[in-house]
Design a protein around this ligand. Structure first.
Ligand code: NAD
Length: 254
């Protein structure tokens, strides 16, 4: 049995993770961690340090907030606890620094997106990028999402830039109409990224490629938070065999 602690257990994603772990035969929720959480069949602690002092778990799953996740990992990793992290907003440098604090045999697994469809969307975008002079990313999320652009959009833009190895001719961010700054999106590694925040969405993304006389759109939609759960469970099952920093669900997809 893999013993799991869910950090952010009172949040939208945390609650879904608790349900998914409960439903799996090979793992159990030992405790939750959330300053706004109430006991729900397991103990809920206000912070990671208190959880480590009072409960015994193998894996910490973190779906919290961009401003607290690094602090949570800075406590869990040196204690030798494998971490499965979905909270977005961590830079590669921060992830590398945190992973370096863990003893050998401890894994920090971060996935900017736990859906298999979004991973495939990024792989298709990587394949298409060298053949199209222009590429833009449009992401759509629920109105309560705290960060923009999304971690998936940032990662997709980085992949496109690395894969194509040339600069766009219509780079974006120009402000020729006063008061309309931002109309061409934020530039991430030279790729314009547009963030829509609205009721009605969970998480969607479209990558639009343009060339002479043709365009290609690759789109992925998460309509429900259960779409992330097979990826989260795969991460929980995989980290025990791994060590160091692993970024991206594709590393565990056969
Ligand atoms: P949410 O606001 O519903 O939940 C966050 C929870 O974290 C809250 O209950 C809050 O009380 C709790 N929290 C705050 N500080 C804490 C701390 N120090 N320790 C433990 N818990 C703490 O947010 P959400 O919609 O569940 O999203 C959580 C994160 O997951 C966001 O960063 C979001 O972007 C990310 N996310 C990632 C993926 C992915 O596939 N990687 C998918 C969806 C969401």
């Amino acid at each position: 049995m893999i013993r799991v602690a869910v950090s952010g257990c009172a949040g939208r994603m945390g609650k879904t993770v608790v349900e998914a772990v409960d439903a799996a035969d090979d793992m159990e929720v030992v405790c939750g961690i959330d300053p706004h959480g109430a006991e729900a069949g397991f103990a809920v602690y206000p912070d990671v340090r208190t959880a480590i002092d009072n409960a015994d778990f193998d894996v910490l799953v973190d779906f919290t907030q961009p401003d607290v996740v690094a602090g949570n990992l800075a406590v869990a990793l040196p204690a030798g606890i494998d971490c499965v992290v979905g909270t977005t907003g961590l830079s590669n440098a921060t992830l590398e620094g945190l992973a370096a604090t863990a003893p050998d045999g401890t894994c920090l697994f971060y996935a900017p997106n736990f859906t298999t469809g979004a991973v495939l969307m990024m792989q298709f975008a990587k394949a298409a990028a060298p053949y199209f002079p222009e590429a833009e990313v449009i992401e759509f999320h629920h109105a309560k999402k705290k960060d923009a652009p999304s971690g998936t959009a940032v990662r997709t833009a980085q992949i496109i830039a690395e894969s194509r190895g040339f600069e766009s001719e219509a780079p974006g961010s120009e402000t020729e109409i006063e008061g309309c700054e931002g109309a061409r999106g934020a530039l991430v590694d030279g790729v314009p990224v547009h963030s829509v925040r609205s009721m009605g969405y969970v998480a969607s993304q479209e990558v639009v490629f343009g060339s002479m006389g043709q365009s290609l759109a690759i789109r992925h939609d998460s309509w429900d938070r259960t779409s992330y759960m097979p990826g989260v469970l795969l991460g929980i099952r995989s980290v025990g065999e791994e060590s160091g920093l692993i970024v991206g669900l594709e590393n565990f997809m056969a």
